[in-house]
Design a protein around this ligand. Sequence first.
Ligand SMILES: [Zn+2]
Ligand SMILES: [Zn+2]
Length: 338
Amino acid sequence: MKAMVLRNVSEVEHRPLEYEEVESPQPKENEVLVRVDKCGVCRTDLHVVEGDLPLSVHHVIPGHEIVGKIVRVGKSVRTLSEGDIVGIPWLHHTCGKCEYCITSRENLCENKMYTGYTVDGGYSQYAVGEEGYVFSLPKEIDTGKLAPFLCAGIIGYRALKVALPRPGGRIGFFGFGGSAHLALQLAAKLGYETVAYSRNASHLKLAAELGASGTVLTDDFLKTETRPTLDGAVVFAPVGGVVLQALRELKKGGSLSIAAIHMSPIPEIDYDKYLFGERKIMSVEANTRADAKEFLDLAQRLKLESTVSVRNFTEANDALIDLKKGKVVGALVLDCSQ
Ligand SMILES: [Zn+2]
Ligand SMILES: [Zn+2]
């Protein structure tokens, strides 16, 4: 099969992914083999390719927002069949035995495996997923539109629950990319008041189209004194300074969640000004399978629509460069069907 393979991490401008002919994966008895149709491009892929996240394997095929059709099932697979349209997300496997797994926190499992990071992912024609970690998707929806749900959507949902579990308050989204554009829609449809913050005007335009109650150009708001108005905030940008921007907007008793797997250092926080008053900060690490099921169900019921641009998977380096430069409005998806 054809795949975009990472052998040596480097700045994405050096085009570290190579288009290669490699052996197709063989599904183990509890796995399914999927013919990849589309694979979303997540910021985590950029962190993998550039080495912000240490690589524990010699080479890997990135991509963990996989949508495709099952073409083979392992011997012990019972709940999935050939021909099913499925999604393969970031969480590839958990141990089921560690202190986190046995307390419904499998997202923190000590021995978990990740699609497109510790096992090969979806910048490729075929990929495997383990039964229980692969999700059935509706057949009638455009696969390109579904791909960003698999990580951007699920993580945004978890971050939203952490920041403001009870709908009705005012929530701010800092950094408006693939994940925020789904989380904001979801929040708006669930009855939250939503505000998008970004330094990119085209990102804010999309936020307004998706139903944001307000949009704030961060370069402008940083020049003025503002009064905190947010009950909850989610930081999506992997930039430590943005955490301070969000804290500045957070009311007493408010919660801030950080939906980033890697972040530049957070500047010193003035406790009296930004944290006192029972403000809370929490990071979000991956997701449980329950989060994934809840989000995919909500996305379907509330008819969430992703805004995507699609490129051929052989252009994965260019796609990641665009993502790094902030050129992507909504989410980026690779077409792996060729
Ligand atoms: Zn575990
Ligand atoms: Zn991701």
